[in-house]
Design a protein around this ligand. Structure first.
Ligand SMILES: [Zn+2]
Length: 351
């Protein structure tokens, strides 16, 4: 996250003892876990009524995955500091950050302590931070994840009064010296997969902090988490991370409810959703008296439609990729762009 107005090092380096709460205060790992494991066998109705039972048992239960994440609940006391006001949220996204705090002591427990003690202050201002504190839901490092905020409360980690704060669960990955980045990424992917399952969040709504423009700042899209972005933008590395999340999600879900990874706004060109081709279907409800077989749908090979967008003031490749449900990479390759700059009035061909 890294916020200019907070002296992270001095805050985090303060020696403090940590108290862990292992109880499950926010109804996390319980009952809904088994919901997706309902049908053990997804019977596939092959053409001609050939039913073949396909084993569809997930590799593990959501509870098992949750245990692997090793979540310690260390929730900020209600009514204090960043939880001074209760700000309800129904989570619809998961936002991934990295702390950019390289101090060797800045691990997940230390961040938790700082949050609990109200040490992570931010200047409260109209259009900016709303409560005078920074806060997010989970911090991950190589050995654990610590939860600071119930997932049904808003944080202050993404975009001030924007949807990133209003609707997303924030996860900060630690970058303290000596911490294994790969283990941290793996744990974060597992946590994201678990939260997707628990809250019914699709993979395309697992987003980097970059996703949320911060209104009023000269650089609205933050390079965060920097080590999962390519030159400050979601690209191959972000796709690689999403594939990890999806793998863990699949490990606890029946195949029928898998999300489509290519639906991500950051999907690589190869995985991008192809231009929808409209199939002309025969008008239904024929006026017939005698019963007859259902009208046959004539599938005409549709001509691929070429679509364009003329660049207007304020357009970014990123925003256009989202609008047209494609990726920045696909837009760039389609238009032979070598960087992310697009001039007003330029006619962009859409993939
Ligand atoms: Zn961030």
């Amino acid at each position: 996250m890294k916020w200019g107005f907070v002296t992270w090092l001095s805050i985090i380096a303060a020696p403090l003892s940590v108290m862990l709460m292992s109880a499950c205060s926010s109804s996390s790992s319980g009952t809904s876990d088994r919901s997706s494991a309902g049908s053990r066998f997804g019977a596939t109705a092959a053409h001609g009524g050939d039913y073949r039972p396909v084993p569809a048992k997930p590799a593990k239960t959501p509870s098992q995955l949750y245990r692997e994440v090793n979540v310690k609940q260390d929730i900020i006391p209600r009514g204090q500091h960043a939880r001074k006001y209760r700000r309800y949220m129904k989570p619809r996204y998961i936002t991934i950050h990295s702390t950019q705090n390289y101090s060797s002591s800045a691990d997940a427990l230390r961040h938790s302590l700082a949050l609990k003690n109200g040490k992570l202050r931010a200047r409260k201002r109209k259009g900016g931070n709303r409560i005078g504190y920074l806060v997010w839901h989970f911090t991950t490092d190589q050995s654990r994840a610590v939860q600071h905020l119930p997932t049904n409360e808003q944080g202050e980690h993404a975009d001030f009064n924007g949807p990133g704060n209003n609707y997303s669960i924030g996860i900060e990955m630690c970058e303290n010296r000596g911490n294994s980045r790969s283990a941290t990424i793996e744990r974060t992917a597992k946590l994201a997969a678990y939260l997707m399952h628990k809250h019914g969040i699709p993979l395309r709504k697992v987003v980097p902090h970059y996703h949320w423009p911060r209104k009023g700042l000269s650089q609205p899209h933050k390079n965060c988490p920097h080590f999962l972005l390519d030159n400050g933008h979601p690209g191959a590395k972000w796709q690689w991370f999403l594939a990890k999340v999806n793998k863990h999600y699949k490990s606890i879900s029946t195949p029928t409810i898998q999300p489509n990874p290519s639906a991500s706004p950051y999907a690589a060109p190869v995985a991008a959703t192809p231009t929808p081709t409209r199939v002309a279907s025969a008008p239904s409800r024929p006026t017939v008296v005698a019963p007859r077989p259902a009208p046959r749908v004539v599938k005409k090979p549709a001509k691929p439609t070429v679509r364009y967008h003329t660049v207007k003031r304020g357009d970014t490749l990123y925003a256009l990729a989202r609008k047209y449900k494609t990726s920045v990479a696909a837009l760039k390759s389609k238009n032979g762009l070598r960087n992310n700059i697009i001039g007003i009035g330029k006619r962009l061909r859409l993939p």
